[in-house]
Design a protein around this ligand. Sequence first.
Ligand code: NVA
Length: 310
Amino acid sequence: MVRHFLRDDDLSVAEQRTVLELTATLRADRLARRPLAGPRAVAVIFDKPTLRTQVSFVTGIAELGGFPLTVDGNLAQIGVRESISDVAHVLGPQVAAIVWRTGAQTRIEQMAAAVDVPVVNALTDEFHPCQVLADLATVAQHRGGVDALPGLTFAYVGDGANNMAHSYLLGGATAGMHVRIGCPAGYVPDAQVLADAATIAATTGGSVSVLHERDATLAGADVVATDTWVSMGREEEAAARETPFVPFRLDEEGLALAAPDALVLHCLPAYRGKEITAGVLDGPQSVVWDEAENRLHAQKALLTFLLEGA
Ligand code: NVA
């Protein structure tokens, strides 16, 4: 049966581990796996801005032996010029997989329902699961391997209702982490996603919690993360978000509350002086450039898993 990766919990605990281990293998030997040899094409579609995602998927698909077929969503106008299922029927027979960055999660669900090739979520309004695979791979890289992940405390401060918060909840719980989301009261995670993450955490020894105080969120954490206060598509809310989000900024005082060797993650792009200070983003505990590079390795591992199994 064709496998998709539409949200973090589309990978079981064992499958996530397999993908993270393969990520490390491919980091050490970039051309070790060639599931797209031919070259077979993978459609990489962007309905929203991108830098890291385009670079890492295009590079990664080429390194897997394939042909990265970038589609500009502004030209294709999927769902406007023609229906999602009509697009799926055009793409499905021609490509080995479809990678899509779009808005509503229901859009990528519709695409997946209409094709028999893997569909990969390259960010939706609700989830950013490829980023969280890269983030988990980065923590494993800096903590001696995948075995180090279970039991770590992962603290995210910022927009609890955005794609990163949701993916940290699901992906972090799958990895057996204690995931804390620190966010303003009006910007909390989706209740169903939180419940799903709690269900996963109950099987992995992890936990999930939502707090409304930055310092309590960060206290003693092994990994700290934040993200823009204004996700793509919400630009008109920027001014209104400033006041509630300032208390959740990741700054030097906040980082000092975490474990002394805590790792700092940010999916980027970062806004220095907004959600994170320059001193933290560019400081010695930051691993954001490894995190960005791990998009490449993690997505290659994911595509290999989806196309070939382990
Ligand atoms: N939450 C951000 C992530 C960017 C990679 C956004 O959706 O814009």
